[in-house]
Design a protein around this ligand. Structure first.
Ligand SMILES: *Cc1c(COP(=O)(O)O)cnc(C)c1O
Length: 377
């Protein structure tokens, strides 16, 4: 059996090696390393894939979130509602900009932001909501957008884990994750579903004015060279990454299918098990399985983690400590017990190997190992 990895970038690379090597070589020979034609080409391919008017490439997913909030003109003290159950970047940028993160709980089945919780958290100071499409499926965006509209709030989607997922509206139309809110953000960190060979990120919007502002912010707040209209940052997608991404984008749907196939194998092995809750499918979103995350019940989650690791099966806990319980984000408004679903999940979730290269032999070995442990613990 091939060595099992949490993410197998090597196996994936082998299959596209000739194309990737050629395109990297071309960028090197062109020496257009920054904002060259490769970046523009990728930007346009991604715009048409997502069905959005504007894609603004940037340095990483964290910058994408930060630039969005800067471009919206959010001011210190403005409240931004997001989840406590997420990767730190979502909350980090809010705090960094001296905005006030207002944390809310998630749904126990989909792990995505609770609409009810958002509604309770809205105050006159609220300016934006940042739903995180956790593990690869969209938060329930239709009612969320209605709620935002009613209260005149911006919506910035953190689609770093969900690029390619489709959200279906009640009228039968659908949109891609990140293409629904006022702004969408994604990351091309190598292990993400559309991963570069280094760092990268992008921001999406259909709003011309916002797009203009964001293009300026990522480039030191300048539209005309050496004239700075906004305080900006330096956040660029480099041309080598863009060229690699342009090739991988063509395979993105096929990659999602491979992930779904692995998820189906896991599901059929674990479905109905009293100690294992398989990932719930959101009613209105497809799932691109950035992670395959089980909720364990009445078993020793950390013991299971160790058992799998001892057998050479890498696995991980996303996320072991909710944001309101992190030292850096300590806030007297919050304490342990405030977000029961989030806290419960942080103690019970476990993510299994998930990537495009898993074969049946590996999947069988993994599911057998999980079942073996939960039967006896
Ligand atoms: C990866 C990720 C980010 C940050 O992306 P980087 O490219 O690593 O900066 C933000 N939010 C979520 C939910 C993520 O998974």
């Amino acid at each position: 059996m091939k060595e099992i990895r949490m993410v197998d970038l090597q196996g994936q690379y082998e299959k596209i090696k000739p194309e990737v090597d050629k395109t990297i070589q071309e960028v090197i020979e062109s020496t257009a390393f920054i904002n060259g034609p490769a970046v523009k080409e990728f930007q346009q391919s991604l715009e048409s894939y997502l069905g959005v008017k504007h894609v603004i490439p940037c340095g990483n997913g964290t910058d994408a979130l930060q630039v969005s909030m800067m471009a919206l003109g959010l001011q210190p003290g403005d409240e931004v509602i997001t989840v406590s159950f997420t990767f730190v970047a979502t909350v980090e940028v809010i705090s960094l900009l001296k905005l006030t993160p207002v944390l809310v709980d998630v749904e126990p089945d989909t792990f995505n932001i609770s609409l009810e919780a958002i509604e309770k958290a809205i105050t006159p100071k609220t300016k934006a909501i940042v739903p995180v499409h956790l593990f690869g499926q969209c938060a329930d965006m239709e009612p969320l957008m209605e709620l935002a509209k009613k209260h005149n709030l911006y919506v910035i989607e953190d689609a770093c884990q969900a690029i390619g997922a489709d959200y279906k509206f009640s009228d039968g139309s659908s949109k891609k994750a990140g293409a629904i809110g006022h702004i969408g953000c994604t990351s091309f960190f190598p292990s993400k579903n559309l991963g570069a060979y280094g760092d990268g990120g992008a921001i999406f919007t259909n709003d011309d004015e916002l797009a203009k502002k964001m293009r300026s912010v990522v480039n030191h707040g300048m539209t005309v060279r050496y004239y700075h209209d906004d305080i900006g940052v330096n956040s660029r997608l480099d041309a080598i990454q863009a060229a690699v991404l342009n090739i991988k984008l063509k395979h993105l749907d096929e990659y999602a299918d491979a992930r779904r196939k692995a998820a189906m194998f896991y599901d059929s092995a674990f479905a109905g098990h009293p100690k294992l809750q398989i990932p719930a499918k959101a009613t209105n979103s497809t799932h691109v399985f950035h992670q395959y995350t089980l909720v364990t019940n009445n078993t020793d989650r950390d013991g299971l983690l160790k058992h799998l690791q001892d057998k050479g099966i890498p696995c991980a806990i996303y996320y072991p400590v909710p944001m309101h319980m992190q030292k850096a984000y300590h806030d007297p408004r919050y304490s342990e017990g405030d977000f029961p679903v989030t806290e419960d999940l942080s103690k019970k979730v476990i993510s299994l190997p998930m990537h495009t290269e898993l074969d049946e032999e590996q999947l069988k070995f993994i599911t057998d190992a999980v079942l073996e442990y939960v039967h006896s613990h």
